[in-house]
Design a protein around this ligand. Sequence first.
Ligand code: SF4
Ligand code: SF4
Length: 435
Amino acid sequence: MRVMAQMAMVMNLDKCIGCHTCSVTCKQAWTNRTGVEYAWFNNVETRPGQGYPRRYEDQEAWRGGWTLNKRGRLALKGGGRVRKLLSIFSNPKLPLLEDYYEPWTYDYETLTSAPAQEHTPVARPKSAITGRDMKITWSANWDDNLGGSADHGERDVMLKGVEEKVKFEFEQTFMFYLPRICEHCLNPSCAASCPSGAIYKRSEDGIVLVDQDRCRGWRMCVSGCPYKKVYFNHRTGKAEKCTFCFPRIEVGMPTVCAETCVGRLRYIGLVLYDADRVLEAAATADEKDLYEAQRSVFLDPHDPAVAEAAQAAGIPRDWVLAAQRSPVYALINKYKVALPLHPEYRTMPMVWYIPPLSPVVDVVRESGFDAEDRGNLFAAIDALRIPVEYLAGFFSAGDPEPVRRVLQTLASMRSYMREINLGREADESIAAAAG
Ligand code: SF4
Ligand code: SF4
């Protein structure tokens, strides 16, 4: 066992209101500069939606001739020495500015100085980078208007223990917000793909940083990160990324995004993990086993053997105490309500998510079925507005079971607390079943 410490985050998606306060405060702190106007170290995506940059999850399209091997490392598909030599001078497909979307402002001058005329003057959008007139085609919240209105067709829904086919109409559409930062992965493919060795993972807390002096602007990290969370500064010619606000972390403050989050949904904490097991877990053959494999690298900080091994590895005692108090380990391993984002990318992401426990669909309510009733609680999971299968595509490589189990735990908690809030006697067996 080789114990290492890692800063990690869990976000509770039920609480995100898509206000973008996190994105704006992060921008003010880190990317309010020429060259990275377009970059959002923290962004908030509407789902269903295209993500940011657009369609970043279409890994095949972005990789060009490259692929991620089982260890999450960027590698050329096939190819001999000539191809490998050529690769030194090439780069897989990079996102364009329009994929990130060009920041804009408005030509307010026309509002104040236009002469009286039949129609009210319009403030036309102008690029915040070049100042040219522009047509806005894409931005944050763009997908809100779609509201998941793509045809989701029929779903099998359990109603009172009986499976029924339910046709989903427009009024049963759904959406939720997915805030994202760099995952500060345990197996960071950005670092593995950098020819200059400029990207490194801090040994003391696992924060992934770019050494600006060593960066030569190859942009392999931009292609190599499956989450597309490295940005190219077109003024300095260097790569930049989320720093997990390390200057704040070092003095005991939370990240800017966490401190300013309106929904209070970001939980930050230190976790201890077994560094010897990282690559083995990342290489787990069956994608469906990846969530469990990734969870299993975390070590119980309350275990005296772990605490002892941590101290032997030079981790300060108060860091071990911090790991014991950390909500991250508890949410991931004790209560098992947090899941990794796209574990199938095999980079071992360290920002995990509590999937949203959306309301039950109308058809269930119309049937008189109370989805928060403790007796019917578990049956309601497949009747939630956001389909379990859809969430599984984000958090468990398409396997609905881990998501279903999390939602059942959350539903149990909701039911248990409802009894307490209504002044009724809560069923302790629900709390016991939920762990
Ligand atoms: Fe690197 Fe991307 Fe992982 Fe961040 S999310 S550590 S940029 S591979
Ligand atoms: Fe969501 Fe919090 Fe960001 Fe608002 S500040 S968009 S609630 S994560």
